[in-house]
Design a protein around this ligand. Structure first.
Ligand SMILES: N[C@@H](CCC(=O)N[C@@H](CS)C(=O)NCC(=O)O)C(=O)O
Length: 350
């Protein structure tokens, strides 16, 4: 297990960004990807999708080796859009620190790995982000024995945190802003990090709130742990692609939006064939009954129909992976279509 305790997180974070930026410049200047990703995926016959090494609800291989989760479903949806078949994906597990170089070196076609959009990542690291597929925020979890009720009581605490994440940087900002101190225990593998926390090596574990729910769902006595009320950051998680291939960004973006639009128009896996008869022009355009919207993207006109037929709409994927029937039991909150009180607002497909 690789553990180190770092008093100066901010410097280390900047150093990681600098190294990543140098790698980005060397990769992007030597190769141009314009329009090439779709061609590469088609000729290879499968999508290479960068995912988490194991985050329940988002991307995690089940005991049979089948990848499950909201992010895994988005990888499959992109495979359906481009190749017509949800099984044509190779899942590439990546740690937080590996993820950006894997995308830049074209080891993956797309990164769907609980990754927060930030200005640095967007503008200085050679990436473009598609639409958010999960609105998250950073929180803290503690053992109930600690009798801590608020993050403001964590002064001097030992905190488990993942390296190369916005989590690490937000933690430093939050504590500095409150005039509090902490000692971080930084471990690259999520599995080992959460094990270290549950074994009592840290007073507290900080991560995206969905990841805290996922971690708690994995322990024997989840009720021994308390997720503190403070959410200290915005973590809009979105798929990322390389700069320089606009068509590919459009495909990834409209794949996210197609699943959200299907939910907005009440199209699901069960009723989709009867929806082909719908008189609603929005439904007709989405399902390829009218227009050539797939073709405009470089895809089959039945791209969105195929996605929903094989995987369901966004809400179906959410419920299957994160909702009340899962161990995570996350509520829809912001991650609901706008017409039902959330902030998922897909643009018009016309
Ligand atoms: N959303 C944040 C955090 C993402 C993140 O990587 N979180 C950790 C904690 S759940 C993780 O997934 N670690 C797993 C790993 O690095 O393999 C980011 O984009 O920086």
């Amino acid at each position: 297990m690789k553990i180190y305790i770092s008093p100066n997180i901010q410097l280390k974070y900047l150093l990681t960004l600098l190294i990543n930026s140098i790698l980005v410049i060397s990769f992007t200047s030597s190769e141009s990807y314009a329009g090439k990703t779709l061609e590469a995926v088609k000729s290879r016959g499968h999508l290479r999708c960068g995912v988490n090494t194991g985050l329940p609800g988002f991307a995690m291989a089940d005991p049979r080796g089948i990848w499950r989760g909201l992010d895994a479903d988005l990888c499959r949806a992109i495979a359906v859009a481009t190749l017509g078949d949800s099984s044509k994906v190779k899942f590439i597990p990546l740690s937080a620190q590996q993820r950006f170089t894997a995308l830049q070196s074209a080891e993956v076609d797309v990164l769907v790995r609980n990754t927060t959009i930030t200005l640095q990542r967007d503008a200085a690291m050679g990436m473009n982000f598609g639409p958010v597929n999960y609105y998250d925020g950073q929180g803290f979890i503690v053992h109930k024995d600690l009798k801590v009720k608020s993050a403001l009581e964590l002064d001097g605490a030992t905190i488990c945190v993942s390296p190369g994440t916005t989590t690490e940087a937000n933690l430093a900002d939050y504590f500095r802003g409150k005039g509090m101190t902490y000692q971080s225990v930084v471990i690259e593998s999520t599995d080992e990090l959460t094990q270290a926390f549950f074994a009592g090596r840290c007073d507290c574990y900080t991560a995206d709130a969905s990841a805290l729910a996922a971690a708690r769902a994995r322990v024997k006595f989840p009720h021994d742990y308390h997720i503190l009320p403070e959410i200290i950051s915005k973590e809009p998680l979105a798929p990322a692609v390389r700069h320089g291939d606009d068509q590919w960004l459009d495909i990834v973006s409209w794949t996210v939006w197609a699943m959200q639009l299907a939910e907005e128009y009440d199209i699901n896996r069960k009723n989709i064939d009867s929806m082909l008869e719908s008189m609603n022009p929005n439904v007709q355009r989405l399902l390829g009954v009218k227009g050539n919207f797939g073709e405009i993207l470089g895809l089959d006109n039945k791209w969105a129909y195929n996605i929903v037929k094989q995987l369901g709409n966004y809400g179906e994927s959410f419920e299957r992976n994160l909702g009340n029937k899962t161990k995570l039991k996350l509520s829809r909150g912001l991650n609901q279509v706008w017409s039902r009180g959330g902030i998922l607002y897909a643009p018009p497909l016309r």
